[in-house]
Design a binder for this molecule. Sequence first.
Ligand code: TYD
Length: 227
Amino acid sequence: MSSGTGLFVTFEGGEGAGKSTQIRRLAEALRARGLDVLLTREPGGSPGAEAVRHVLLSGAAEAFGTRMEAILFAAARNDHVEEVIRPALRQGKIVLCDRFMDSSRVYQGVTGNLEADFIETLQRIAVDGVVPDCTLILDIPARLGLERAKKRGAATADGPDRFEKEELETHEKRREAYLDIAAREPERCHVINATQSEEAIAAEILAIVDRRLAPVLTDRMPEAANE
Ligand code: TYD
């Protein structure tokens, strides 16, 4: 375990991969078993980070460059970690987070053209040891993901955010970058084929998380017996 006694699971992927639907389904499935689940998201998840979210997604920081944006994402992440995620893990909760540090590696690092060292240094400061136990990467061909995201955008008044607006080629690069991270960190990362049915994806995710949960729940049994 990287942190406390809970379990820290992050969801990652490009646009239109179905992360939000799947994270909600996983939270429901775990809660139905009586487990204590915290569902959160980035950028945001704490009052300080939500204030920065608006600055980033509206594009207000875009004119100041990708470095500035990367530092703002990291500042928001650190607040979220210290105010919400670390305390929840210490309380033994299962924390499910929609996007986390890999989004910065991919969006700011790879497609924002920032040096890997700069991004890694920022991430170390931002997460300060709170590294996900398990990261589910929802993988979808960029074109298909974009089509789905556009349909969703058309259905909401907001339209595409600052990072959704970019070209197909950029989305392809992000997909490759996620697959590279998964290849480099196979213990932590699982790539899920997000073109499957919603049901099939949900079942695959639950099976993966169950395997991660088993040792955590076993560790707690002696405590339960002593109560
Ligand atoms: P959000 O509305 O939460 O959408 P999504 O459904 O795509 O997760 O928007 C978050 C946007 O911010 C998304 O386009 C990815 C981007 N982002 C980064 O560029 N870097 C980061 O570190 C994070 C967390 C998000």
